[in-house]
Design a protein around this ligand. Sequence first.
Ligand code: FES
Ligand SMILES: [Fe+2]
Length: 456
Amino acid sequence: MASALDQVPFRVTDPELIPAERYYDEAFFRLEQEKLWPHVWQMACRLEEIPNVGDYVEYTILDKSVIVVNTKNGVKAFHNACRHRGVRLATGPGNCAKTGFICPFHGWRWNAEGQNTFVFGKQIFSDALLDHAEIDLPPVRVEFWAGCAFINFDDDAPALLDSLGPVVETLNARNVDKLRMDWWYGTILPTNWKLAMEAFMEGYHVMKTHPQLHYIMPGNSYGRDVDEALPAGHLDGRQMVGRMVDFYARLSSGMAGMVHETEVAVLEKLRDMDVPEDPMAALGAFMARAQEEVTRDGFARGAPMFDIPSVNQEKPFHDVEFMFPHFFLLPSFAAMSSYRIRPLTAETCLFEIWSLVLRPEDQPYDTPKGPTMLPYDSPEFPEIPMQDYSNLPLQQLGLHAGNFKFMRLSKEQEGMISNYQRLIDGYLAGLDAEVLRKGQTVVNSGYNAPILDIGF
Ligand code: FES
Ligand SMILES: [Fe+2]
């Protein structure tokens, strides 16, 4: 095992140091394309993108393309290439209920189940070439969790839920499968996909990148010397509650979705609640009441709500939950944000953000059909991702700028970056699938995790 790992170029040998070449070296990027992406579960679509029979989307990863389609026998996935001469069959979202999939070149057809239904001028082909096993669309593995379809190109990979690990139960307790899209944005960042992800794997950057949150947030254990930060100890109980309501309102407007506007409306009503003088006691009283009131409001609106106070107690969550290799859910009260990051080239990536909310299941909603694509520096992005995006192009440039060899990580707060990077090395080394699966269940351990033993 050690020798296979030793063959990995630019591998992480000291868990606190991440070699810079991993973020731009073309050969390393190709190795990921060859050894990582074909073997991992990838969030391919949210199921509300394809609510009706015949609805389909195209999921692309590097040069691969998959059709994910809702059929009368459930959601299926197929390689997206004509079996005649290889033309890509489906692009973007659509519905194939009436016509199936029709190749634009010579008109061969398939139904939603991937079965070939038409070949023009059959008699001019050898029979053997038109064997159904040959010309039906080859299936891609697809499994489901959190209201999403996940695909895997590897027929021998462990099952999705076994790969994800304990994060599944943590998020199931929050009715993660009932969340629905509020909005969906996308942007292309001039950074390696891993660099983009890592901006969301630690809270250490909050004091500098998001000073508006740090200023308001009580209880930060570092960065207290930042000039604007007014220590929570100077507040009385009522001011503390006011500060928390401001914090969540700012988080909501800045991260729209992680705390939903319906939740902020509930919190606003608590501004004048009776609280103890002591600010920390007031904070505790406010949080307990806030969780109860958001729960009550959700049930009253007919949303598929859960009991926030008891779930928070029984299944503690992280502010950022990571599902290796490229999917994130960010819980707070009942709503969540979600990210998916995909490599485009060694130094560009596609970053998508969803705002997800528990809304009554029969409430009509104009669900987005695709991401609203914006430039990464667009002022239309919510404040918080805009701040995160502002650093990333500079960071990619800095990696090349001269004599930069390693990222140096805090072993206590930036461990998540090291953990998943070392799991990537396990894939690049072609380690045993069970070893990688176990590693992933450790890597999916959430925001601010320390450096962990991932089993190899
Ligand atoms: S390439 Fe598709 S029908 Fe010929
Ligand atoms: Fe951030």
